[in-house]
Design a protein around this ligand. Structure first.
Ligand code: GDP
Ligand code: IMO
Ligand code: MG
Length: 420
């Protein structure tokens, strides 16, 4: 069977830490979408590592890790990441597999990402500039080069053809940048990739499922960044939801069992776009500083605010979430009062639904206020002993969402997790 771990907000919910925690119970961990725009932080033997493309099960001896067909792969970042992982004593060549259908990010995709963002001016998406949008455009536009293609004899000819196409687009943007260094690194990255285990990912996984092995699908970004159902156009370019597991790994929907949704105890967003519960006051600064809310991939300060139950309920609905893990509860330790957004007032109308064109709507969040627990949550090792205030906070969230909160994460480390 296949279980899924995915983000329910705008990314950075702590997916990396939670996948690393759960990986021990699975045989395979597979990334199904996204690319190096992701930054998944893990602590291994108290040392921090940020994974961008390698699945977060890589630090577990004997577990298979697969980069699925739905991912867009940057060979340059990938090579660097493998070297970082190797420094932890991990033999990544043994347990890391890549689908031959995984799409490649080219140096010109990165240039096109930059050119596109520049041309948007103040309406820019706030992309990580890793080439994600242009790489997915080449996939749906049926131009892309895929990992399996690098084994073709005429790969370089195919590359040059696509590069010329991109050059014409860059000329249209009037965008000039010398990408020769990027290109050199890219070809070195491809050499490295050729040495990896490139497999037919869909047979690879389905055969394992038939043998009774357990698969954990790891999402990147979050549901509110989904290309179809997120806060479009301020989204990423892939399907970040449960449906993306099927299309990104070649797995049938009835094989999916648990959908484990990750949410922070508050809310963050990096990049542009609507964020109804965003705080511009001292509490927002408190969350950013205490939660160290600075992007794992770009270092940009993350926008912070209260947990948004309207958006969260929507995310639970479109993903079929069966259980929730709430992370970073410890960051709220110092707050006297906490707010949960329970409805939106959209252009004067109260609703519990996420509106279309969220970026154009005037949204006033309605809050329910809770007493803070004002206790060091990291000191607790069982849910029973935890303060009443957090139990009340969680009970309300569960009743609003009709989904159980099964785990509370109370610190960044592997052991900082409590079964609720
Ligand atoms: P991801 O992209 O969803 O994997 O999340 P990121 O790694 O980008 O951001 C989550 C950040 O929160 C990382 O720095 C984690 O180490 C940290 N983190 C995760 N869970 C907790 C938690 O429960 N408490 C605290 N204090 N930090 C956490
Ligand atoms: P993880 O997996 C948070 C955001 C960017 C931007 C928008 C589009 O670590 O949760 P893109 O580079 O995809 O064209 O950017 O999406 N974004 C993320 N925000 N966490 C991520 O990944 C993100 N990946 C993309 O900031 O607003
Ligand atoms: Mg992240």
């Amino acid at each position: 069977m296949v279980d899924v771990i995915l983000g329910l907000q705008w990314g950075d919910e702590g997916k990396g830490k939670i996948v690393d925690y759960f990986a021990k119970d699975y045989d395979v961990v597979a990334r199904f979408q996204g690319g190096p725009n992701a930054g998944h932080t893990l602590y291994v033997e108290d040392k921090k590592i940020v994974l961008h493309q390698i699945p977060s099960g890589i630090f577990h001896e004997g577990k298979v890790n697969l980069i699925g067909a739905g991912v867009v792969l940057d060979a340059v970042t990938f090579k660097k990441e493998c070297q970082e992982v190797a420094a932890f004593g991990i033999d990544f060549k043994k347990n890391l597999f890549i689908s031959e259908r995984t799409n490649l990010i080219l140096p010109t995709h990165r240039a096109l990402d930059k050119a596109s963002e520049l041309s948007k001016g103040i309406d820019k998406i706030g992309s990580t500039l890793k080439g994600i949008g242009p790489a997915y455009m080449d996939k749906t536009g049926r131009n892309a080069l895929r990992v399996g293609d690098i084994l073709d004899k005429n790969f370089t000819t195919q590359y040059i053809k696509l590069r010329m196409k991109h050059q014409r687009l860059l000329d249209n943007f009037n965008f000039q940048e010398d990408i020769s260094n990027w290109e050199e690194e890219f070809f070195e990255g491809l050499e490295f990739l050729r040495e990896m285990k490139i497999v037919n990912g869909e047979y690879f996984l389905n055969e394992k499922i038939s043998e009774g092995q357990k698969i954990l699908a790891e999402g990147a970004q979050g549901s509110m960044l989904d290309v179809d159902f997120g806060t479009f156009p301020f989204v990423t370019s892939s399907s970040t939801m449960t449906a993306g597991v099927c299309s990104g790994l070649g797995i049938a929907p009835q094989k999916i069992k648990e959908v484990i949704g990750i949410t922070k105890a508050y809310c963050t967003r990096v990049g542009s776009g609507p964020f109804p519960t965003e705080l511009f006051d001292a509490t927002g600064d408190f969350l950013r500083n205490t939660g160290n809310e600075f992007g794992s991939t770009t270092g940009r300060p993350r926008r912070c605010g209260w947990m948004d139950l309207v958006a969260l309920k929507f995310a639970c609905m479109i993903n079929g979430v069966t259980q929730i893990v709430m992370t970073k509860a410890d960051i709220l330790d110092g707050l006297k009062e906490l707010n949960l957004c329970t409805a939106y007032n959209v252009n004067g109308q109260v609703t519990e639904k996420v509106p279309f064109q969220m970026h154009k709507a005037l949204i006033e969040p309605a809050y329910k206020t809770f007493a803070g627990w004002q206790t060091n949550l990291q000191a607790f090792d069982s849910f029973e002993k935890m303060p009443v205030a957090i139990k009340e906070y969680l009970a309300y969230i569960e009743s609003y969402l009709s989904v159980p909160v099964k785990y509370v994460s109370n610190g960044p480390g592997r052991d900082h997790i409590i079964v609720a």
